[in-house]
Design a protein around this ligand. Structure first.
Ligand code: ZN
Length: 247
């Protein structure tokens, strides 16, 4: 089985379409979405429609998707995120808003091999950056491979017995992770629509459960188009700038 894995799209249609074209060329059977479809970008409805059309077999809500419940959910957001959240809430169609409200909370098991979550398997809103939280996630996860998002930072953590290892983002447009038996993995493919690792390229993954391989992709996409839409929508300008910086 080949799973296409998308996370943190953040209403960036240009980045999403670029990832989908690339993934179609590589082939996949099913789609997994790890949350944060909306927030920051100018195309919340188009992105929701596109994800719905993909018919994901696994999807969890992200903290930005919870904004569909109302602005109270933006409590922990900074000023820019709050402003984007209000814009998004006003822009969402009632049907898309309801669909987002109904998204399940992670973690969710997908098959015998994979589970998915937004932040971590112990807390959907936790940010997993360091060894402490990664170890805790690996301990709590109930499958050999746990896929997560939320940090917008591609990372792979692995636990083989007591041996812990961590790997950061790769510069290559395609990196491969070979999954070994008796090792637990925690993998963040990185953000489709708002990378924050200093690399503006869109990120996504394909997991091949038969070949025991994770392909981690980075793709150049039409950033200027996404930026122009952010500006034209009247969203905070800093959101357009950060797309080009990947921060
Ligand atoms: Zn996010």
């Amino acid at each position: 089985m080949r799973y296409l894995v998308l996370t943190d799209i953040h209403a960036n249609l240009e980045a999403l379409e670029t990832c989908l074209s690339d993934a179609a060329r590589r082939r996949y059977d099913k789609v997994l979405v790890l949350g944060d479809l909306i927030g920051y970008g100018a195309d919340p409805n188009a992105v929701v429609d596109r994800v719905q059309a993909l018919g994901p077999v696994g999807i969890v809500r992200g903290n930005h998707d919870k904004i569909a419940l109302g602005m109270e959910e933006a409590e922990g957001f900074n000023l820019v995120a709050r402003s984007a959240a209000q814009w998004t809430l006003d822009a969402l169609t009632p049907a898309n808003r309801q669909w987002l409200i109904d998204l399940p909370q992670g973690p969710c098991t997908i098959d015998d091999f994979i589970e998915i979550c937004h932040g971590s398997p112990f807390d959907e809103d936790a940010y997993v950056f360091d060894e402490l939280d990664a170890r805790r996630s690996l301990k709590v996860s109930v499958r050999p491979l746990c896929l997560f998002g939320h940090t917008h930072y591609p990372m792979t953590f692995e636990l083989a017995g007591a041996h812990f290892d961590a790997m950061g983002p790769a510069a290559a447009s395609e990196a491969r992770l070979h999954l070994r038996d008796d090792v637990k993995y925690l993998v963040n493919p990185g953000s489709v629509g708002q990378p924050r690792d200093g690399d503006p390229r869109a990120a996504y993954a394909i997991v091949d459960t038969d070949a025991k391989l994770v392909y981690l992709m980075r793709l150049i996409y039409p950033v200027e188009n996404a930026q122009a839409k952010v500006i034209a929508a009247g969203l905070p300008e800093v959101l357009a700038r950060r797309l080009a910086a990947g921060r």
